[in-house]
Design a protein around this ligand. Structure first.
Ligand code: RTP
Ligand code: MG
Length: 139
């Protein structure tokens, strides 16, 4: 995958709260092109694998049950400097610390339930995109 791509999920809280449209609109308005997009639901094994880096953390069980309790929207996004610019667009992990106008400031519920995921490196963007999408689903 090219290094100008990132991977995102609209997490179950934001889907439950009816924010899919508003979040996709903000992503598009911020200059990201949607390369791949789908609504899906992660299994327990999916979430444990996707978030394996956190498996020693005290919040791991809570994170897995949150991410599997309902559907998510997964997407691959393309833009110059995509990974860093998307992290700026979503804001800090804890919405209380997120800048005004960021997706987490606008739509997140709490530190644990923070509306969106954004890849933290080009390498992880490629791994996470390939986790959710086949080559035939990327355009
Ligand atoms: P993400 O991977 O989802 O984009 O979030 P992030 O980089 O901003 O934060 P990270 O440290 O990777 O944490 C992954 C997700 O775990 C949940 N979390 N809960 N209760 C807690 O202390 C806690 N800390 C993190 C959040 O859903 C966070 O996005
Ligand atoms: Mg992270």
């Amino acid at each position: 995958m090219a290094t100008n791509r990132t991977f995102t999920m609209i997490k179950p809280d934001a889907v439950e709260n009816g924010h899919i449209g508003a979040i996709l609109e903000k992503i598009s308005a911020s200059g990201f092109r949607i390369v791949a997009l789908k609504k899906t639901q992660m299994t327990q094994v999916d979430a444990e694998t996707f978030y394996a880096i956190h498996n020693e953390r005290p919040f791991f069980g809570e994170l897995v049950s949150y991410m599997t309790r309902g559907p998510i929207v997964a997407a691959i996004l393309e833009k110059e400097n995509a990974v860093a610019d998307f992290r700026t667009l979503i804001g800090a992990t804890n919405p209380e610390d997120a800048a005004e106008g960021t997706i987490r400031k606008l739509y997140a519920t709490s530190l644990s339930e923070n509306a969106v995921h954004g890849s933290d490196s080009d390498e992880n963007a490629a791994i996470e995109g390939a986790f959710h999408f086949s080559g035939r689903e990327m355009f």
